[in-house]
Design a protein around this ligand. Sequence first.
Ligand SMILES: C[S@@+](CC[C@H](N)C(=O)[O-])C[C@H]1O[C@@H](n2cnc3c(N)ncnc32)[C@H](O)[C@@H]1O
Length: 189
Amino acid sequence: MFKMPLKSAVNISHLVVSGVVKEGDTVIDATCGRGHDTLFLARLVGEKGKVLAFDIQEEAIESTYALLKSHQMEKRVILIKEDHARMKDHVQEEVKACMFNLGYLPGGDHAVKTEGEKSLRAVKAALDLLSPGGVITVVGYPGHEGGEEEVFLIRDYLISLPQQRFEVWETRFINQVNKPPCIMVIQKL
Ligand SMILES: C[S@@+](CC[C@H](N)C(=O)[O-])C[C@H]1O[C@@H](n2cnc3c(N)ncnc32)[C@H](O)[C@@H]1O
C-alpha cells in the first residue's frame, strides 16, 4: 500500500492508516482534493467498507469521482461537498480513521485552502467520531503561506489531549530544507 523509501509526508500518513484500517471499516477523507487519499482509503476498506470524502470545491469532488471511477471504486465512497468543520452533520457513525491533507488543491486555485480555525474544528469533530483504536492523520505544510499558523493551532490543541485517552505524536523529515511538511497522528485509546 505504501512505497519505500517513505519520501513524502503523505506516504507516512498512509503507512500509519494502513496499520489500523481493515476491510469493512468506515473512514473519512477530510480533504479529498484530487482523490489520491480517497482512493487509498477505498482500497483499504474494501467492498464492504465505506469512505466519506469531504471537500469544499466542486473541482476536487469531480476530480476525486473521476479517479475513483477509473479504478471502479466509486461505489464505496460518498463524496460530500462541504466544509469538513461540519462533518458531524453528515456522519453519524464511528469511524476508524480520518485523514487530513491540509493546504490547497494541487493544480487548482491556491487561494482556496484549508484554514486553521476550520481545520481545528474538523479535527475536534473527528476526535468525537473516532472509534477506540482509530487514528487521525494530519499532514500540514508550514512552508505554505498561513500553513505554519495552521499547524501550530492544531498542534497546540493536540498537546492538551489527555494521554489516558489519546496517543499523539508528530514526525517530519528533519533534513529537508524550507520548512518540510509535518505529520501529526492521534490514536484514540
Ligand atoms: C492538499 S489538498 C488535498 C489532497 C488530497 N487529499 C489528494 O489526495 O489529492 C487540500 C484540499 O482541501 C480542501 N479544503 C480546503 N478547505 C476545506 C474545508 N474547510 N473543508 C474541506 N476541504 C477543504 C481544498 O479544496 C483542497 O482540495
